[in-house]
Design a protein around this ligand. Structure first.
Ligand code: BGP
Length: 457
């Protein structure tokens, strides 16, 4: 690996900070939704708000060279008028300064799903005004932090929060409406371009990208029908984010297909030209698994997401488009995620060929139930998972891809959206029931050795 290759872990404000109503932080759509539904929430999470120093120090002691985290919009902006909360800015200055103190490169996400509830109340991502509000929030952050930050990203995983929030309905705002899914998706990609435009206009140092939940698509066979299903799946899973952010255009065949049944008049020339002119400098790919598809044959659209950790619950069928299938030869986690490192290698090669932009693997990890009361969690499964995925990255680099970093999800245990805290990804165990005690797992030491051995090459 190149000497400048970044090795680290990724988190999201809502999933780790806690302190949900401290220091004038406003309510986010997730606070509101989970409180209303009386579900396990991130009110305290890993209490990173108060323990960030310890967490970042442990990253350093674990050999890591970068920390990917998100800025909470409702912590920084107080209201729809755009008033800034100095205490919110101060908190992120402390995070960033602590990173620099430990020689850790901060890698910033502007939006990791915690929309201020005061915007959700006006329609959230269905409201075009929210795009301008996001541009304002971005500008506040660029002005405040850009002398300390080299790597920015606009959105984390547009596909995941839009599809879950507007199509499946298992995330806030809990809608199941295709027309609204399209509008929200479009607004998010437009907002991302506005943020890139503000970044360029301010001539800030550093680079800006977007982060995508990448699921490279494979087919069950080589038939024409399967190839068509694969194209539908690729448009649905990947292209509307990556093509739009990296090439400045929505996939033409996707728009044509959707316009047969839905109203696409919200796509205005002025927005499209802003999207066209404001593409990203790099792409961040979060990789957990691929999507294996067969042609759609029969039945209604069905999207079931496994939040219980009981194997076999999930299902993805998009009527007329494709059906996701499970490879009988693969291993799956209790939450139905396929373990398939080869998908990362193939996917990186495909993405690099297609976009010719530097790539960061911005998330990769495995979620499991673990007993964290022991001295050191023996997570050999995580070691083997990470090892195979890091090898996949090396293979892709050998094939000529420009890959600049690897972030595991996550450097320490966090709250997992709708799954609660029992689905653990961390290299450091957090005992949520016992004073938030942190203890490195076996994988933490293993990762340190990998990073150090790479640095010696
Ligand atoms: C990604 C998100 C993260 C994180 C991770 C694990 O999609 O960017 O926020 O949560 O997946 O997912 P989960 O917590 O649902 O298992």
């Amino acid at each position: 690996m190149d000497k400048n290759f970044l090795w680290g872990g990724a988190t999201a404000s809502y999933q780790c900070e806690g302190a949900w109503n401290v220091d004038e932080k406003q309510e986010s759509m997730w606070d509101h939704y989970l409180h209303l539904q009386e579900l396990e929430n991130g009110d305290i999470a890993s209490d990173h708000y108060h323990r960030y120093e310890e967490d970042i120090r442990m990253m350093k002691e674990g050999g890591q060279t970068s920390y990917r985290f998100s800025l909470s919009w409702p912590r920084i902006i107080k209201n729809r008028e755009g008033e800034v909360n100095q205490k919110g800015l101060d908190f992120y200055h402390k995070i960033i300064d602590t990173c620099h103190k430990y020689d850790i490169e901060p890698f910033v996400t502007l939006y990791h799903w915690d929309l201020p509830q005061y915007w959700e109340e006006t329609g959230g991502w269905l409201n075009l005004d929210v795009c301008q509000a996001f541009e304002h929030f971005s500008e506040v952050c660029f002005k405040e932090f850009s002398d300390k930050i080299k790597f920015w990203t606009t959105f984390n995983e547009p596909k995941w929060f839009i599809v879950n929030g507007y199509f499946i309905g298992n995330y806030p705002p809990g809608l199941q409406n295709v027309q609204k899914t399209m509008i929200a998706a479009y607004h998010v990609m437009y907002a991302s371009a506005l943020s890139v435009r503000a970044f360029r206009a301010g001539n800030y140092p550093g680079q800006i990208g977007v982060v995508h939940s990448y699921t490279p698509v494979n087919g069950v066979n080589d038939s024409i029908e399967t190839k068509i299903a694969m194209r539908y799946a690729d448009n649905y899973c990947n292209n509307w984010i990556l093509d739009t952010a990296a090439k400045g255009e929505f996939p033409i065949d996707l728009v044509a297909k959707l316009s047969e049944s839905y109203d696409v008049s919200f796509m205005e020339e002025e927005h499209l030209s802003i999207i066209k002119q404001n593409t990203v400098d790099f792409i961040g790919l979060n990789y957990y698994a691929r999507t294996l598809v067969k042609p759609y044959t029969t039945g209604e659209t069905q999207l079931i997401f496994n939040h219980t950790g009981k194997k076999g619950e999930s299902k993805v069928v998009i009527k007329g488009w494709f059906e996701q299938v499970k490879d009988p030869n693969s291993e799956f986690t209790a939450w139905d995620t396929e373990i398939y490192p080869k998908g990362l290698e193939d996917g990186l090669i495909e993405a690099y060929e297609r976009y010719q932009l530097p790539i960061f693997v911005t998330e990769n990890g495995v979620g499991v139930r673990e007993d964290v009361t022991v001295d050191c969690v023996n997570d050999d499964y995580r070691i083997s998972f990470m090892n195979d995925h890091i090898n996949a990255i090396m293979n892709a680099q050998d094939a000529g891809c420009d890959i600049r970093g690897y972030y595991t999800w996550s450097p320490f245990d966090l709250y997992s959206w709708k799954n609660g805290c029992e689905k653990r990804y961390g290299l450091v165990a957090v005992d949520f029931d016992n004073n938030q005690i942190r203890k490195p797992k076996k994988s933490y030491y293993w990762f340190k050795e990998i990073i150090e051995s790479q640095a010696k090459l």
